[in-house]
Each structure stands twice: as C-alpha cells, then as structure tokens.
Write a protein that binds this ligand. Structure first.
Ligand code: 8YV
Length: 328
C-alpha cells in the first residue's frame, strides 16, 4: 500500500515537526489533546488503522490486541521500552512491533547522572533550603553529602544506556561494575574499565551506588526484590531511570524510611503516574516525573525513527527497529 494511504493513529501529542511530517506522509490521525486514550478509545483506534503509534502510557495487552482490527499490521512505539506492549501476542497475530532505540540514550544517561549527583550531594534539599529562606550562612559541618569520586557504581543492564552512564560516571571518578544478561565485549569492558559480575547478588552487596538501566521484561520484574535490596550496603544509593517495575517500590520505600539505604533517585515508578506516598516525604530521595528522554532533540529524533519504521514497512521492507519477542 502506498504510504500516503496508510491510516496511522497517534495516541498522544508529539512534537510539532513530527506531527507535521507524519501528516504529510501518511493518512494520519493525530491526537487532539494530550491525555492517554482509555481502553475503549484504544480499541477503536486499533480497529480503524493500519499503524498505531502508541507510547508508554498505552497498555496494549492481549485483551486489547484480541479486539484489534484485521488491518492493523504495525505498532510503531514512540519510545525505546516496549513493556506496555504484549509483543509476543502482537507477533502471533501478524502485527509487527517497532521501537525507537539509540536516539534517547545520551539524554537518559544525563538524567541518570543528574540523579546520581543530586542524591548523595543533597542538591534538591539545598535548593529547598534556599527557597524557604533557610540559608543562614556557611557552616563547616552543614549539608554534608557523600563524595562520588572513588566509589563503586554497579550498573544493572549494560546496554546502550548503561554504557553511556558508565562513560559519564568514569569522568566523575567512579569505578564501573556491571551485571548484564550477557557479558559485553572485551573491548567495551576495557574502554570502560568495567568489572563484570555474573552474580547480581554479589555485586549489589559491594556497591556504593546502583543504577538500574535494564528494560522491564518478565525476567526483570522486581529484579531488585526486597531480598536483593537488603543485600545493599546501608550507605548505598539507588538510581532508577529504566522502569519502576524493576524495583519492589514498596520495599524500597520502607527501607529508605527505616534508614536501611542511604538514598534513592527515581525517574520511573512501579505504578506510574502514582508514586508511593512514603517516597515523597523523604529528604534523601529525589523524584522526577519520567523525564529521561524529555529533550526536544530526543523527542524529535524518536519521532523520526517512528516515521522511518512506518515508511520502511509501507515500502514492503522490514523496519529497522523491529522488536523480536525472543530478544526480550
Ligand atoms: C519515553 C522511555 O519517553 O523510551 C522509553 O522507553 O522510557 C521514555 O523516555 C517513553 O517511553 C515514551 O513512550
């Protein structure tokens, strides 16, 4: 089918240049407001289009997929993570799923470093003190945090984003350790001076900072369970810019409150947009509203990837960013 005839439904507002280009290329139905579609609206969209462009806020599970129309052939996710899509069921039904990897790597790594600095150096606490006129003058023993340099950083998930975090962290003097499903190449380990831990448990118990950079899959759900969180040193910090579901958020909140962990920086949450209320009350916790890829540059490049995936598909080729269930 020529691309211009392809009916594409976009579930959320996208940056203006992306929407304009999509409207030029395809028979595109853009979102009119920026609220996530409810279940019925999503089903209606999936019954009327050839291509759906969802985001992390659309839950495309087997129930929704079972009601998709015959013409739906491509789900071109605007985002790198695809844990909101039941990729196995989609594939079984002959629907191709694509994502937008690579273009948000550096921005997500930047936000990870921002949290890694913000928590041990108490940056948000400091900002609040100034804003509430609490700064009465410098003191040698006041607002002391913990130094990053020389500490051990344990990266859980050494894909693109994990490696980008490692590169930045090295410049801050951190020693790089990692756990990953597969050991990365010797060349990358050398470049990053990274130590591989086959055992996540052993790594966790020895790290000063742990950064979560793996996708959320059935295998990584609650990877940082209460048992594993308890392996961490009470002086350690935890940063998560991947997916909330990778950590048992309730257990983490309890431990932070009890002083069993030194602090946490979280950009993602288990029941997003809901956040465990305990976390919001803690001074040693910095919370961000899922901003990892929130730069104009990333969001436009994500849109460009979506367009390339749709266009290649329309031209009868395999889209470059196909998600294969076996890869998950
Ligand atoms: C995206 C993300 O903005 O790409 C991802 O996986 O987590 C975010 O940074 C979001 O998923 C958009 O769908």
């Amino acid at each position: 089918m020529p691309a211009s005839k392809l009916k594409v439904v976009v579930t959320r507002r996208l940056p203006e240049p992306v929407e304009t280009r999509m409207a030029e290329l395809f028979d595109t139905q853009l979102a009119t407001d920026d609220t996530p579609m409810d279940h019925e609206a999503l089903v209606a969209a999936m019954q009327s289009c050839d291509v759906l462009v969802p985001t992390v806020t659309d839950r495309i599970d087997s129930r929704v997929l079972s009601r998709a129309g015959e013409r739906l052939k491509l789900i071109a996710q605007f985002g790198a993570g695809v844990d909101n899509v039941d990729v196995a069921t989609a594939t079984q039904r002959g629907i191709t799923v694509t994502n937008t990897p690579g273009v948000l790597t550096e921005d997500t790594a930047d936000i990870t470093m921002a949290l890694m600095l913000a928590v041990p150096r108490r940056i948000v606490e400091g900002v609040k003190i100034v804003e509430t006129d609490g700064f009465a003058g410098w003191s040698p023993t006041w607002m002391m945090g913990r130094r990053l340099g020389g500490k051990r950083l344990g990266i859980v998930g050494m894909g693109r984003i994990g490696q980008a975090v490692a590169r930045r962290a090295r410049a801050f003097g951190l020693q790089i350790h990692y756990h990953n499903r597969r050991r990365v190449s010797a060349a990358i380990e050398q470049e990053l001076e990274a130590t591989y831990w086959e055992s996540l448990d052993q790594m966790l118990s020895r790290m000063d900072i742990v950064s979560i950079n793996c996708p959320h899959t059935p295998a990584t759900y609650h990877l940082l369970s209460q048992r594993r969180l308890k392996l961490m040193k009470p002086s350690a910090f935890l940063v998560n810019t991947a997916r909330g579901e990778v950590i048992d958020e309730a257990a983490l909140a309890r431990m932070l409150q009890a002083g069993e962990l030194a602090g946490a920086g979280l950009d993602v949450f288990e029941h997003e947009p809901a956040i465990n209320p305990r976390l919001k009350k803690l001074a040693n916790v910095v919370l961000l509203p899922h901003m990892g890829s929130a730069t104009l540059e990333s969001r436009i490049e994500m849109g460009e990837k979506v367009i390339i995936n749709i266009k290649t598909f329309a031209d009868g080729h395999k889209p470059p960013d196909r998600v294969i269930p076996a890869m998950l």
